[in-house]
Write a protein that binds this ligand. Structure first.
Ligand code: UD1
Length: 367
């Protein structure tokens, strides 16, 4: 009998699920993997499975892209029959993507407990689709695992019972620890030996879906590239927007790459002078690596990266961005320290808690 159905859908889920599946196997928890297919391109998807050594999914729902409502509804429709067939004791979801809330909702409507890994993170920005996914997933989860202590305060404020929350650390950093030795050297990816470059990633709708915002960010980056080369692995959403807005000219001085694989990205982050990003995960990975990070967002749901790590919030203020880059080049930037429990053992802690929790939750169901 399957005890836990684990869900992945989009790129940032893969590095979170890999160490959890391994820890479950080691602890004798039987788990199956469901891939919703929210991300489907080779570069956004298959490569991560091979880079991270994740076994092939037991179910592939092949949902693909669509509007939020369409994508979420399609995941729900296709996941329900899997639930009915498997009848698992719990469904484990990670992060905050549309697949996370969609599968959590299906499970909770079937009275199957939901386990949420990376619970309690809040940007307090409801304009961000992920924030809605975070708040709602936490509300319908029975067991919540957090990456930083501030998450518990957020959850308590929303009325979640403290006894269901466990601070275990960061599973994404488990993957980083495990794979750093296998990272593809940046020189290999870039065809040279330079460690003098800034790394840029950009994909949030708030940054790339509006022509004037995207143009002004790319203009600033173009200017920065005159003092420090900029490497830019581009998300498919961003490529499509650059194309439709006719902004190609602003990329001519950048080292543009297709979306990088996990091991390539680790190598690129590790050797960068600084990273400019609007990703959630990269704020954490740069903190773990001790590389300065400038976040192109007005807020972050990962405040520990600001208070203890190497992260600085810039928003879309391009003067602030240029100034921050010059400061890092002059001083080396924020040194930071690695947060508590970001030690490569978060997934082990999750498996430990779940080993005790699973039989108890099954008894509750029978009663
Ligand atoms: C999703 C997550 C976001 C995460 C990001 C990482 C939600 C709401 N958002 O955003 O939190 O940071 O993944 O990448 O779940 N596309 C492709 N090939 C793919 C996948 C997407 O070409 O394999 C293109 C399509 O044009 C699609 C667009 O990218 O419409 C957006 O994809 P989608 O999955 O809706 O959201 P992301 O922007 O990737």
């Amino acid at each position: 009998m399957t005890q836990v159905l684990c869900i992945v859908g989009a790129r940032p889920n893969f590095m979170k699920i890999a160490p959890i599946m391994t820890a479950f196997q080691t602890s004798g928890i039987s788990a199956k993997l469901v891939h919703t297919g929210q991300h489907y391109d080779e570069a956004m998807n298959d490569r991560f499975f091979s880079d991270l050594g994740i076994r092939a999914p037991d179910y592939h729902l092949e949902v693909g892209s669509g509007s939020h409502a369409n994508q979420t509804a399609e995941v729900m429709k296709r996941f329900e029959p899997v639930m009915l067939e498997e009848n698992p004791s719990a469904v484990l979801v990670v992060g905050d993507v549309n697949s996370t809330i969609a599968c959590a909702l299906v499970a909770s409507k079937l009275n199957v407990p939901v386990v949420h890994v990376e619970a309690g993170l809040r940007s307090y920005d409801r304009g961000m689709p992920e924030e809605i996914n975070r708040v709602l997933t936490d509300q319908i989860s029975s067991l919540l695992f957090t990456t930083e202590r501030s998450a518990l305060e957020n959850l308590k404020r929303e009325g979640i019972d403290e006894s269901s929350v466990h601070f275990v650390g960061n599973v994404m950093i488990d993957s980083l620890h495990r794979n750093l030795v296998r990272a593809v050297p940046a020189g290999h990816t870039l065809g040279g030996n330079s460690d003098q470059y800034a790394l840029l990633t950009l994909h949030r709708p708030s940054n790339v879906d509006d022509k004037s915002v995207l143009a002004s960010l790319l203009e600033a980056v173009d200017e920065i590239s005159r003092s420090l080369p900029v490497v830019f692995p581009m998300h498919p959403r961003t490529s499509a927007k650059v194309e439709s807005f006719g902004l190609h000219g602003l990329l001519k001085n950048l080292h543009v790459l297709p979306p990088a694989g996990y091991l390539e990205m680790l190598g690129l982050m590790k050797s960068a002078r600084l990273v400019m990003t609007d990703s959630g995960g990269i704020q954490e990975e740069t903190t773990a690596l001790g590389v300065p990070c400038l976040t192109l967002r007005e807020n972050t749901e990962r405040p520990i990266t600001l208070h203890e790590g190497t992260n600085t919030l810039i928003g879309v203020d391009t003067n602030a961005l240029k100034k921050a880059v010059s400061e890092i080049l002059a001083t080396g930037g924020k040194a930071g320290r690695v947060p508590e429990y970001w030690d490569g053992r978060a997934a082990e802690r999750i498996a430990q808690v779940m080993k005790d929790w699973l039989p108890a939750s099954m008894e509750r169901e029978v009663a």
